[in-house]
Design a protein around this ligand. Structure first.
Ligand code: ADP
Ligand code: MG
Length: 482
């Protein structure tokens, strides 16, 4: 095969592996720059014309399925399928990355957090696969690639095509050849009846392998119940161990029945963990604030005057004249705000808080003051807006109390492409609604957030939007030294 060019287009340059099919690295000579692609050669080796015909039909059907699966960002795209000299070929997108079998090393143990992230990432792909009525049948580290460009996991090697063709060819004992890899295959699949949760079993075994650093075939099994015995091999929180145990139950009926069930179990585990962490951070923050606020109030004359001298006049917002706030040269921010709103200049280089604006409420204590805050985060290195958006949305869903995202779409801020998210959640005893808009420029992120009690959100939305629209990042922000 090496050196051959298939269809005058795919030049085979390297042999990658063999299983039911042979896998090669190739160059796609029809595309500019001749990018790599993967060519898989399926060898039915059928001399009987009837069987060959059946194989062809199944190959066609399954290729259609693979085309559909390739629509998922974490599954390689199938770019062509064809027959040449009685052999079947699939051509697929080459994924540049590291194969997970090289990352799960015998004797080395992954942390619980890493395992949970791994599971969540793969479960999302599996959910999609199962929705297309496909069982992967061969989930294991060597069929998972961590993509270099974004660190995401990519699932490869879909057994479906191979199985349909290979089952046509009895082996020497007259049995059909089972798909899958010993150690990862649950009993029902081993006898030819794979179910959707056979994939959940294989994934659970992979996770146990990563946690314990022990190869699946070497994991002890209870001779009576056939269950995998692993909990005593490694220190792991009982909640996570319970989830893994339920993924790998011997009897498929006792396992999780769907990917969704596993995801839910995991996410409740993660939320509990995050909440605990967040609670501790919150306590620390409150303590710092309690200590700092009196100092700021007393020491900064501007704030002192504003706080003590202001009267509450919040009527007819639209008619209120706007004032201009100009930050220090470090933050380089200019924004307009209604005269009736109070400003709190923070300009803290450490936290990135620049300023907060609020509308004082008459019945102050038991209502939430609508507020708009401006932040600037120095990210230290350039980042693309979509990447920043991902991390931000993640932060919103993980760190707010019962968050619900209502809108998430591109927007503009300071004349730059930006992203806007509107969500509701709980803050203290209040049901709050928040609009956060952010943009990135020269390794810095600028975030403006409008927050109000849900019932008041619409009332001040226009004012908040006017303030956001007035935001300017003064020039030379990028070049100014720290
Ligand atoms: N789309 C791909 N991108 C990059 N490498 C791949 C891709 N598909 C397969 N490989 C590499 O080739 C190896 C064998 O391919 P695979 O599809 O798993 O077939 P099999 O396990 O049946 O030999 C993989 O373990 C991986 O290293
Ligand atoms: Mg493989």
């Amino acid at each position: 095969m090496l050196g051959r060019t298939l269809r005058g287009r795919y030049e085979i340059i390297k042999f990658l592996g063999t299983g039911f099919s042979e896998t090669y690295l190739a160059l796609d000579k029809d595309l500019p720059g001749k990018p790599y692609c993967i060519v898989k050669q399926l060898k039915p080796q059928l001399s009987d014309p009837f069987l060959l015909q059946t194989a062809t039909r199944l190959f066609e059907t399954e290729a259609q399925v693979l085309y559909k699966l390739g629509n998922h960002d974490q599954i390689p795209r199938l770019s062509a399928h064809f027959q040449e000299n009685g052999e079947f070929y699939l051509v697929q997108e080459f994924i540049n990355g590291d194969i997970l079998s090289e990352g799960i090393i015998p004797g080395k143990q992954w942390s619980e957090e890493k395992v949970i992230n791994f599971l969540q990432d793969i479960l999302k792909i599996l959910e999609f696969v199962h929705q297309q009525s496909i069982i992967h049948r061969d989930i294991k580290p060597s069929n998972i690639i961590r993509r270099t460009s974004d660190g995401k996991l990519v699932l490869i090697d879909f057994g479906a095509v191979k199985e349909k063709i290979s089952t046509l060819k009895p082996n020497s004992q007259g049995e059909t050849v089972p798909i899958g890899t010993p150690g990862y295959v649950p009993s029902e699949q081993a006898i030819g009846n794979p179910e959707f949760n056979s994939d959940i079993y294989a994934l659970g075994i992979t996770a146990i392998q990563a946690l314990t650093g022990i190869l699946p075939k070497q994991l002890p099994k209870n001779p009576e119940t056939h269950e995998v015995v692993w909990r005593n091999l490694v220190q792991v929180k009982p909640q996570l161990a319970d989830i893994l145990d339920k993924m790998v139950r011997y009897d498929s009926r006792k396992r999780y029945q769907s990917v969704n069930e596993v995801s839910q179990a995991l996410s409740s585990l993660v939320t509990k963990k995050k909440l605990k962490k967040w609670r501790n951070t919150k306590i620390a923050l409150v303590l710092v604030l309690v200590a700092l606020v009196p100092c700021i109030v007393v020491l900064v004359p501007e704030i002192r005057d504003k706080i003590f001298a202001s009267s509450h006049n919040d009527s007819s917002l639209t008619k209120t004249p706007f004032l201009t706030y100009d930050s220090s040269n470090y933050f380089m921010i200019r924004m307009k705000y209604p005269k009736s709103w109070k400003i709190q200049k923070i300009e803290d280089r450490f936290t990135g808080d620049v300023a907060k604006f609020f509308l004082p409420q008459n019945n102050s204590s038991n209502s939430f003051q609508p507020e708009l805050s401006v932040e600037m985060q120095d990210l230290q290195k350039p980042i693309l807006l979509p990447d920043y958006t991902n991390s931000k949305v993640n932060e919103i869903t993980q760190y707010s109390t019962s968050p619900r995202i209502h809108e998430s779409h591109p927007a503009k801020l300071a004349n730059l492409p930006a992203h806007e998210v509107i969500y509701t959640g709980k803050q203290e005893q209040f049901n709050i609604k928040r609009m956060a808009v952010w943009t990135v420029k020269d390794s810095k992120a600028y975030i403006v957030t409008y927050t109000a009690e849900e019932s008041q959100y619409d009332t001040f939305l226009e004012t908040a939007q006017a303030m956001m629209n007035s935001l300017k990042i003064r020039e030379s922000a990028s070049t100014s030294p720290k």
